[in-house]
Design a protein around this ligand. Structure first.
Ligand SMILES: NC(=O)C1=CN([C@@H]2O[C@H](COP(=O)(O)OP(=O)(O)OC[C@H]3O[C@@H](n4cnc5c(N)ncnc54)[C@H](OP(=O)(O)O)[C@@H]3O)[C@@H](O)[C@H]2O)C=CC1
Ligand SMILES: CCCCCCCCCCCCCCCC(=O)[C@@H](N)CO
Length: 367
């Protein structure tokens, strides 16, 4: 009986894969949408703004430094696809005063209309051993990375719920899926984002508002260059497990996951005898079965390690499509096995670094 069920499951998974995407799915339309990107003046945030602008969106960039904002605005405007598009710059610290954040969001809504998508990308990092990090670093990372995502989201959510339209994207990190040497302050601030996102998604889903959490690996940005200045050797060696990504590539994936689900495509749906509408993809919604859905993905990851990490750490995260759910069920044991080897290799790196550092001391004593 069990064997039969397993064989059935495998056959079903194979079926889903075999009916390959012959007709590519149409993503939700960004043209004319108002997209607010915090941290939009640099790195991943700037690339997300460019990606949305290229697809016809109106952009509000939020960051502190005005020169960097203006510089980014000029760069983004090069990609306009029509002469109505606007890039608005707002200088504010997203982590300090909620009322201030709410006011600037109001200003942006007055100029460019209600926010259709908010991307919380403002963030910073600081690595170092637990006892060597300043206590203030813990406060700073928590306030920028966590509260800096709470405030803008809190400022847009009511209108999104009223309009029954909206996407909120949170940018966590692979270091928000596993705790790593040197990231006691950073990892915890990025884990916090996931808790926020899961709880919020459960609240706003009935209002047709969808949440996406992105977990990028090391990405080549000014932020990473800054972080590398103080990175402990152990953290650097462990991080090298995954390749450094280009911010353009990371941004593309995040925008794609935020607007378009990885549910069944129209060909797969046709094979199962389901009707589809343009831009709507049938997704498995546990309480409703298979039905058309235009939601994005809750999870956004990049590369094979990103995929494995997300599958392995899915926990009680909402599931977006039947394919995603089945993949998680089937791969969990295998990925945990692979993870055990990674964990062993991380312990080895840390032990080797410790031995290396001890060597001169031993020499001193014998001399
Ligand atoms: N690069 C990487 O390797 C990875 C990055 N991430 C995350 O992605 C996000 C972007 O990273 P990255 O592109 O590297 O960062 P950058 O340092 O290149 O850019 C950070 C952006 O956030 C803005 N910002 C920082 N603090 C505040 C604040 N208090 N209020 C408003 N804006 C602020 C900055 O502008 P200004 O300073 O002018 O305010 C800038 O626009 C971060 O959340 C980061 O943790 C996740 C995984 C990997
Ligand atoms: C099946 C299990 C697979 C396990 C793969 C594990 C890979 C771990 C590598 C972690 C790299 C951490 C990147 C953090 C990037 C970041 O957020 C900062 N650079 C921000 O500046």
């Amino acid at each position: 009986m069990l064997l039969l069920a397993a064989a059935g499951l495998v056959a079903f998974v194979l079926l889903l894969y075999m009916v390959s995407p012959l007709i590519s799915p149409k993503p939700l339309a960004l043209p004319g949408a108002h997209v607010v990107v915090t941290g939009g003046s640099s790195g991943i945030g700037k690339c997300i703004a460019i990606e949305c602008y290229k697809q016809g969106a109106f952009i509000t960039l939020v960051a502190r430094n005005e020169d960097k904002l203006l510089q980014a605005k000029k760069e983004i405007e090069k990609y306009s696809i029509n002469d109505k598009q606007v890039v608005l710059c707002i200088s504010v610290d997203v982590s300090q005063d909620y009322n201030q954040v709410e006011n600037v969001i109001k200003q942006a809504q007055e100029k460019l209309g209600p926010v259709d998508m908010l991307v919380n990308c403002a963030g910073t990092s600081k690595s170092g051993k637990f006892e060597e990090l300043e206590v203030s670093s813990f406060e700073k990372l928590m306030s920028i990375n966590y509260l800096g995502s709470v405030y803008p989201s809190r400022a847009v959510i009511t209108t999104m719920k009223e309009r029954r339209v909206g996407r909120i994207v949170f940018v966590s990190s692979q270091a928000g899926q596993l705790g790593l040497f040197g990231f006691t302050a950073y990892s915890s601030s990025k884990f916090a984002i996931r808790g926020l996102a899961e709880a919020l998604q459960m609240e706003v889903k009935p209002y047709n508002v969808y949440v996406t959490v992105a977990y990028p690996p090391d990405t080549d940005t000014p932020g990473l260059a800054e972080e590398n200045k103080t990175k402990p050797l152990e953290t650097r060696l462990i991080s090298e497990t995954t390749a450094v990504c280009k911010p353009e590539q990371v941004a593309k994936q995040i925008v794609k996951d935020a607007i378009e689900s990885r549910g069944l495509n129209s060909h797969q749906a046709w094979c199962l005898g389901l009707r589809t509408e343009p831009g709507l993809r049938p997704c498995f919604i546990p309480s409703h079965g298979l039905r058309p859905s235009k939601q994005g993905n809750f999870n956004s990851s990049i590369g094979s390690d990103g995929y494995m990490l997300s599958s392995l750490t899915c926990g009680m995260a909402p599931v977006t499509s039947i394919t995603e759910g089945l993949q998680q069920v089937v791969t969990m044991g295998l990925f945990r096995t692979i993870a055990l080897f990674y964990l062993g290799s991380f312990d080895n790196i840390i032990r080797r670094c410790m031995v290396q550092k001890r060597k001169p001391e031993v020499g001193d004593k014998t001399a």
